[in-house]
Write a protein that binds this ligand. Structure first.
Ligand code: GLN
Length: 206
């Protein structure tokens, strides 16, 4: 179990904040809502929740978190991005989108709203060997997918998408960065948060 006192920030500008905070607590760490640079400075790791990546980009600017976040990520802060959070942590978008900042914490290119309007939301059981033999229920809401991943990125889960020859990557990790295209906090399964805490704790011991 992670030691208590390990402070996991949840970026609390918009989106599915409270459920992430609950999952962090259940996984054995202390959640801290991050709305200001001072709060960001005090956390050991950060979760970027789902929401709207363009709105979050604007709010990061307004709350003067955009540059401190880039600095902390550049300095190796562990981070977990779900859905819009994946988009923010990605290295870029395809097609490019001038309205969303991509912090480049993980070597992936993402596509926003990738599953199309007909399937805005859906749920699926994912096979995720990294989490153990039990499938993981995943809630997708206007979700992105990963178009390309660099050689240092480990794919954790894929989904067969309509009309696509290859399954699409929907969960991945690189170093101490974890991303999911779906919303693990909307289920009762805290294994993604536990995985992130163990990634974050082992990287902060180095
Ligand atoms: N479609 C949103 C975006 O592009 C992400 C949706 C979500 O986070 N549930 O930012």
């Amino acid at each position: 179990m992670p030691r208590m006192g390990f402070r996991v920030g949840v970026l609390a500008l918009q989106g599915a904040v409270a459920r992430h905070a609950d999952a962090v607590r259940l996984a054995g760490a202390e959640p801290v809502l991050v709305r200001r640079p001072q709060e960001l400075a005090e956390v050991d790791a950060l979760i970027l929740p789902g929401g709207e990546s363009t709105a979050m980009t604007k709010l990061l600017g307004v709350s003067e978190l955009a540059e401190p976040l880039a600095e902390r990520l550049g300095a190796g802060m562990p981070a977990f991005g779900s859905c819009a959070g994946l988009i923010l942590l990605a290295a870029g978008l395809e097609p490019p989108d001038g309205r969303t900042r991509n912090y480049g914490a993980i070597d992936i290119i993402a596509r926003r709203n990738a599953f199309g309007r007909q399937v805005d939301s859906f749920e699926e059981e994912l096979d995720v060997p990294e989490l153990g033999p039990e499938p993981a229920r995943a809630v997708f809401i206007r979700a992105p997918w990963v178009v390309r991943a660099g050689p240092g990125v480990r794919t954790l889960a894929t989904v067969a998408a309509d009309g696509a020859a290859e399954p699409r990557i929907v969960a991945a990790k690189q170093g101490n960065i974890l991303v999911t295209a779906f919303h693990p906090e909307l289920t009762t399964d805290i294994r993604w948060h536990s995985l992130f805490l163990s990634m974050a704790r082992s990287s902060s011991r180095c």
